[in-house]
Design a binder for this molecule. Structure first.
Ligand SMILES: Cc1cc2nc3c(=O)[nH]c(=O)nc-3n(C[C@H](O)[C@H](O)[C@H](O)COP(=O)(O)OP(=O)(O)OC[C@H]3O[C@@H](n4cnc5c(N)ncnc54)[C@H](O)[C@@H]3O)c2cc1C
Length: 446
């Protein structure tokens, strides 16, 4: 490694003494480890650089991993991945401060191989995936911040780090440095204005005895529950979640950054609201706070993605805004693993052909679920974060159901149509807007 020349806010020139790799992967989150694993398996000399003391040390998420893409990377991964519980029960809860309506689904199918979703702690999961890359021959460099790109004649030829002798030269750099990617921005791949497409995720982990979780959530063994919450964020666009781990639960909110700023409310107050809610309080009662964490989420989807390939650089995962936040799903880990894997493959292909053409990456992304899902659901974030879906519909639906279940005799029972019209009027919903949203929703999800 060469002499460190200070923080590189601007592009630095490559030095002669830098350590040389075929590829430098920046960030050992799921995207980075998948990329490094693919490259190392193909016999390439790859560095996986992570600012945390170990992979996963600095990473935050809600808690559910969808592992199907792992089948391609690590056959029978479920036999060894550090999973807490397999999600066999999924709920979507619409809520107002005093009401809740839950759609509750459970299936035994998701509790056996090849499984569907799983809760896992990122510190363990990321460390495990990175260990796979290391076993395959990748060089993991931890406690090291990449501070800038090295360029030569306009081409990226490596990275600079905060360590003395910290320059790492490479023919290809893969930016897996997560949301707000400093590297993608420095490479000029992002337009401005991403803050409007960024949410803040905040979560608490509450310790509860394993038997208490099983009793309260109606599961046993390693079966678990994933509850998505709509409407419990005091009108701030976003949502909430409650997931079961083995002997803890994760409860959190996801909030529009711009609206949070305007509302002048602290995220922990919103989590406190959730924990007091009549539908949530009995589930989390007595839980001892063992972790509080916050992290940004790139929620804008397909329309807000940066350039994915540049001269000597590929951008993956959250660094490329590949987190899918489409209401029914909040998935980022699987898209990160997928895009990292394709980036690794494309880089390996370019190295073996001795070409600087990295366009194979975008081709693979377009042919796979990564961009297919994002393309298909590109209208979802805007629809979901709008006022009607966030506030008016949950309140209207909860009132409708309350009135439907309420027995009104000696007054005669109101018909469903009457209740619906009354609810729409009461919550200021025009039928025209409802129809428009239904069509937009059908187009986005259909
Ligand atoms: C509150 C919350 C809830 C979420 N819930 C879910 C969920 O339930 N399921 C799901 O699938 N997704 C969820 N997500 C999204 C998911 O966390 C991300 O999409 C996913 O982690 C992206 O993976 P990544 O590898 O691209 O980036 P990250 O996981 O962010 O990894 C980036 C890595 O790069 C490192 N790094 C960054 N900069 C540098 C640097 N300069 N030098 C060296 N290292 C660097 C970081 O330390 C980190 O290890 C959630 C996110 C949040 C915040």
């Amino acid at each position: 490694m060469s002499e460190h020349a200070g923080p590189a806010a601007t592009t630095a020139q490559a030095t002669e003494k830098a350590t040389t790799f075929d590829v430098v992967v920046v960030g050992a989150g799921p995207a980075g480890s998948a990329a490094a694993l693919e490259l190392a398996r193909r016999g390439h000399h790859v560095a996986l650089v992570e600012r945390g003391a170990f992979p996963g040390a600095k990473n935050v998420y809600g808690g559910v991993i969808y592992g199907r893409i792992l089948d391609e990377l690590i056959p029978n991964w479920w036999e060894e991945a550090p999973i807490e519980r397999w999600v066999t029960r999924r709920q979507t809860m619409l809520m107002t401060p005093t009401q809740s309506l839950t759609v509750d689904f459970r299936t035994e199918n998701w509790g056996k191989p090849p499984y569907n979703g799983a809760t896992a702690h990122r510190a363990k999961f990321d460390a495990w995936l990175a260990s796979k890359a290391e076993e395959a021959g990748a060089e993991l460099i931890t406690s090291t911040v990449v501070t800038g790109l090295l360029t030569e004649n306009g081409r990226i030829v490596g990275v600079r780090t905060d360590r003395p002798d910290g320059d790492l030269r490479a023919r290809i750099v893969i930016a897996c440095d997560g949301v707000n990617s400093f590297l993608a921005k420095q490479a000029g791949m992002y337009p401005d204005g991403q803050v409007h497409h960024t949410t803040l995720g905040v979560k608490e982990t509450l310790a509860l005895p394993r038997e208490t979780i099983e009793e309260r959530f109606g599961v046993s063994g390693t079966d678990g529950v994933d509850i998505e919450l709509v409407g419990g964020t005091r009108g701030i666009a976003g949502g909430g979640f409650l997931y079961t781990n083995l002997d803890s639960v994760s409860v959190g909110v996801v909030l529009s950054l711009t609206e949070l700023g305007k509302a002048k409310v602290r995220p922990e107050e919103l989590i406190a609201d959730l924990k007091r809610h009549p539908a949530i309080a009995p589930l989390v009662k007595g839980g001892e706070l063992i972790e509080y964490a916050a992290h940004l989420i790139p929620e804008g989807g397909y329309n807000t993605m940066p350039k994915l390939t540049g001269d000597g650089i590929l951008v993956t995962g959250d660094a490329a805004a590949m987190c899918l936040a489409a209401g029914i799903w909040l998935e980022g880990v699987n898209f990160a693993i997928g895009s990292g894997m394709y980036a690794g493959r494309a880089a390996a292909e370019a190295l073996s052909k001795n070409t600087t053409d990295l366009s194979g990456y975008e081709r693979m992304l377009h042919e796979s679920f990564v961009l297919a899902d994002h393309r298909k659901l590109k209208g979802a974030p805007e629809l979901l974060l709008g006022d009607r879906v966030q506030n008016k519909y949950p309140a209207m639906i909860c009132d409708l159901v309350e009135n439907l279940f309420q027995v009104t005799n000696p007054a005669p029972k109101p018909g469903l149509r009457k209740l619906f019209r009354r609810g729409a009027k009461q919550h200021g919903i025009r039928l025209r807007d409802l129809a428009k949203d239904a069509i937009t929703g059908f187009r986005a999800y259909g």
